[in-house]
Design a protein around this ligand. Structure first.
Ligand SMILES: O=C(O)CCC(=O)C(=O)O
Ligand SMILES: [Fe+2]
Length: 287
């Protein structure tokens, strides 16, 4: 090989090296791989150190303040059995700029758009506080699957071949086995039926992580909050993302102040369902 050929080869090798490290730098995560984990493999993914310490602190403090505002009591028979109202602060999008920022994080957005389609909607963005002494939740599925124990009320042959809910669980505290890190049964999202306790507990693991991490899963994964055996509340934010055709659990356009919606960027407006045309009155005689 001639000397200049060797030089050229050296340069090419360096170029490849820099190209690879540039691509690696640009791709902090692989959304397709994470989506595949959620759909076909263990059913969840913990992304570590996604949110900054500053954002986590601001969000946690805002939630603790909001939780002090006592919401009007609800009749037991009206309350959803799993989604007890006492541990939630609902409608966070309306409450503070920090939540409008967290809900749009690009990792969550990229992964969930692969699974739900790029016109997905936000079904809910709510804080969930696992209070000291709170027992473990019973294993369940999330909306719209949450009452799938009543299988007859769902379409025949409902299964996991496509997904109607993705959940983000943002850890605003370190999630530990002691303070109630969310429990999951790996792989259970593929079963497509409501959890059976005797199949859940032997397979259960807890999704631990440092504050600022986020656990992603689909609503078909068998899961529930763990028991909080510490003296400090464990605070998280549950984001519910849905395909465009599933009716959102929180009525975003009625819950979020119109002034806030008007000032939002396009990504958030789309998530809230601004401009989504259905249902609408098509019968012109009714206009
Ligand atoms: O708080 C958690 O870790 C999970 C809560 C949950 O699954 C729910 O409320 O539906
Ligand atoms: Fe849940």
């Amino acid at each position: 090989m001639k000397i200049d050929q060797i030089e050229i080869n050296k340069k090419l090798i360096f170029f490849e090296y820099y190209k690879k490290s540039y691509i690696f730098y640009k791709m902090k995560y692989n959304a397709k791989l994470i989506a595949n984990d959620l759909l076909k493999r263990k059913g969840f993914h913990i992304a570590h150190n996604v949110f900054s310490k500053k954002d986590v602190k601001q969000a946690r403090e805002a939630i603790i303040e909001l939780a002090k505002i006592k919401s009007p009591s609800i009749k037991k028979k009206d309350a959803l059995s799993v989604l007890s109202a006492t541990n939630h602060v609902w409608n966070l999008i309306d409450k503070h700029e920090i939540f409008r920022k967290l809900v749009q994080h690009e990792l969550v957005y990229d992964v969930f758009s692969i699974i739900l389609g790029n016109e997905m909607k936000l079904g809910s963005f709510a804080a969930r506080i696992q209070q000291p002494g709170d027992k473990a939740q019973l294993p369940h599925l999330d909306y719209p699957y949450w009452d799938m124990y009543n299988l007859k009320s769902f379409p025949n042959n409902i299964n996991s071949s496509f997904i109607m809910n993705c959940q983000s669980n943002i850890m605003l505290d370190d999630y530990t086995e002691m303070n109630g890190a969310t429990m999951v049964a790996p792989g259970s999202q593929l079963r497509g039926y409501f959890p059976k306790e005797d199949e859940f507990w032997p397979n259960m693991i807890q999704t631990t992580g440092k504050a600022g991490s986020v656990m992603l899963m689909t609503g078909l994964l068998w899961h529930g909050a763990g028991a909080n055996k510490t003296k400090i509340p464990r605070v998280g934010i549950l984001g519910q993302y849905l395909p465009k055709f599933v009716k959102p659990m929180e009525d975003q356009l009625a819950s979020v102040d119109m002034e806030i919606i008007k000032k939002s960027n396009k990504k958030l407006k789309d998530l809230l369902g601004v401009g989504y045309p259905y249902p609408q009155v098509l019968d012109t005689a009714k206009h």
